[in-house]
Design a protein around this ligand. Structure first.
Ligand SMILES: CC(C)(COP(=O)(O)OP(=O)(O)OC[C@H]1O[C@@H](n2cnc3c(N)ncnc32)[C@H](O)[C@@H]1OP(=O)(O)O)[C@@H](O)C(=O)NCCC(=O)NCCS
Length: 391
């Protein structure tokens, strides 16, 4: 038997991702919270939830900081200990880790972890500037470097070192749009062809429009408890058996490698060790495809293939639904959307649905072990979690 349960997920909720015109982030979060509470009628949130951790990247989008208390107030939980967790696009992956600390410490038997971001009311130029704040200021932002630019440098390095092609990046977009077309909560629910990707405009060579994730609004949350009492709330708990979080240099220019993220490798090592499994035991994964090159690099760093062989793995079809290790069955950040603060727990939401057999048209058959991988910025933060369903 692999690792012992650290904490258990007893419920989960997610708003639709996309454009929520005229709504505030807190209202969008209420939709995710309502779903999670309705799924778990045996839980009395006001009485039993003792801690709340909310991933939220930036106050610039809505001119609203202090998101922990704001969300607690708006979901009817005034009084609960609520804290905002910030790790750029990895904010709710880090919130999940923090929630695990809270439950494992014994201080909170039940905790809500989630995330939210409202972005689409801003122009692309504004969003690009706010996102760039997660990169190094003096040596990156100051010189005008943006996230598409940073990931484009990783893409050219990978092409140079391993012969990876624009077609292989494009195939990741086609796959994730296919998966997203099966997810009613995805931002962009449409199939695309390789030609759609290859003929789309360059954003930062070699990355084109369809290699980039979407700017979206959305919220997600999961409810955690101690494994010993999970059955009090649900017959179908999903256990978290591995957690890992790590950092690397904030600036890409100071990293050991441009074709691999050390933070991912360290976080994965910790999570696999706690879960007592090797990467080949993972049935499906949600990974941080902020750009198609990112997903390809994560295949290698998470051990789904050897270094330099991410392109081959895409070509083989192994990461498509029906393949050996389906990746981003939700549609990923590319098609489901990327409301940055909400992404980490939205990945956990997808794994929760999959492991409890509720993923409908995109259900992975007999899925037992799932993995999520969420990064902040260009990878200065990474969080990896491993989940198991014992039913
Ligand atoms: C790629 C990007 C620059 C495109 O923005 P844009 O050029 O302003 O695009 P617009 O919002 O004007 O949309 C133009 C069209 O492209 C579509 N579109 C926008 N972004 C898209 C994307 N990433 N993929 C596919 N289509 C996209 C829009 O739906 C719209 O389609 P329509 O004309 O049929 O309505 C923007 O989506 C982006 O910055 N993405 C990356 C976000 C990011 O960096 N996240 C953090 C990662 S660490």
């Amino acid at each position: 038997m692999n690792g012992k349960p650290l904490v258990s997920i007893i419920s989960a909720g997610m708003s639709k991702f996309g454009k929520h015109e005229g709504s505030l982030g807190r209202e969008i979060f209420s939709q995710a919270a309502a779903e999670a509470f309705n799924r778990c009628p045996k839980l009395d949130p006001k009485k039993e939830v003792k801690a709340m951790f909310i991933g939220h990247m930036g106050e610039s989008y809505e001119h609203q900081g202090h998101m922990g208390a704001t969300i607690a107030d708006w979901i009817g939980m005034r009084g609960v200990a609520a804290t905002r967790v910030e790790a750029a696009c990895g904010s709710s992956g880090a919130a999940l880790r923090t929630g695990i600390y809270a439950v494992l410490s014994g201080l909170s038997d039940v905790a809500i972890v989630g995330g939210v971001e409202k972005m689409t009311h801003r122009t692309t130029a504004e969003v690009t500037e706010y996102l760039a704040m997660a990169a190094d200021y003096p040596f990156e932002q100051f010189h005008g470097i943006t996230f598409p630019g940073l990931f484009a440098m990783m893409a050219t390095a990978h092409m140079h070192s391993y012969g990876t092609t624009e077609q292989q990046f494009g195939k990741i977009a086609v796959k994730n749009h296919h998966h997203g077309s099966l997810n009613p909560k995805a931002h962009m629910q449409k199939e695309i062809t390789l030609e759609t990707v290859l003929s789309s405009k360059y954003v930062a060579w070699p990355l084109k429009l369809f290699d980039c994730s979407l700017i979206s609004d959305g919220a997600s949350c999961i409810i955690l408890t101690k494994p010993e009492i999970a059955n009090k709330y649900t017959d179908q708990p999903v256990h978290i058996i591995g957690t890992g979080q790590a950092t690397d240099a904030i600036g890409l220019y100071e990293r050991e490698s441009f074709t691999s993220l050390r933070s991912t490798k360290l976080a994965a090592e910790e999570a696999y060790k706690l879960a007592n499994i090797t990467p080949d035991k993972v049935d499906l994964a949600e990974v941080h495809d902020c750009f198609t090159i990112a997903e390809l690099i994560h295949y290698e760093d998470l051990g789904f293939c050897k270094e330099g062989e991410g392109g081959k793995l895409v070509d083989s079809g192994a990461t498509t639904l029906g393949g050996k290790i389906p990746v981003n069955t939700s549609g990923g950040l590319k098609s489901k959307g990327h409301p940055v603060g909400a992404t980490g727990t939205a990945q956990a939401y997808e794994i929760y649905l999959q492991l409890t057999g509720q993923a409908e048209k995109r259900q992975v058959k007999d899925a037992k072990i799932g993995l999520t991988h969420n990064i902040g910025g260009s990878g200065a933060t990474a969080a990896v979690h491993i989940y198991r369903n014992d039913q």
